[in-house]
Design a protein around this ligand. Structure first.
Ligand code: 5GP
Length: 120
């Protein structure tokens, strides 16, 4: 599979500092910030700093250090937002997954009782 990255996507602009964000956590390889349209009391997006379009792109091509940095950011987001009662991690991917922003991101959603996983 060929992955083509569009560096004009909104998260690329956030990473370049062209658009502001409400940062929760940052390390060398990942940035986590509050979603602009939260679906729950906790709704944080974790993104890699590298140019990856999707979870499968990141899982295939990111280095071990990038992958470890990303997962460390996920752990820190869970700690900082205190989702000790649970949460949902979602990575919408391409057309069937209804992915809007073509830069890999993981939604961390929690802070309330969530509904069943899928409605469609
Ligand atoms: P997707 O549908 O691609 O999985 O989710 C993209 C998410 O990015 C949406 O939840 C949307 O609210 C969020 N989003 C889109 N533009 C911005 C933005 O400029 N700033 C922030 N913080 N979130 C955004």
């Amino acid at each position: 599979m060929q992955f083509e990255y569009d560096d004009q996507n909104i998260f690329a602009k956030i990473l370049r500092g062209e658009i502001p964000n409400n940062t929760v956590y940052e390390n060398d390889h990942a940035l986590a910030f509050h979603d602009i349209q939260p679906q729950a009391p906790v709704h944080v997006l974790v993104i890699p700093k590298g140019a990856y379009v999707s979870l499968d792109h990141f899982a295939r091509d990111a280095s071990a250090a990038e992958q470890a940095g990303f997962m460390q950011a996920v752990a820190e987001v869970c700690r900082i937002t205190d989702v000790s009662d649970g949460f949902r991690a979602i990575c919408n991917t391409r057309s069937h997954g209804v992915q809007d922003v073509p830069h890999y991101h993981m939604h961390i959603i929690g802070g309330k009782q969530l509904g069943r996983m899928l409605q469609a």
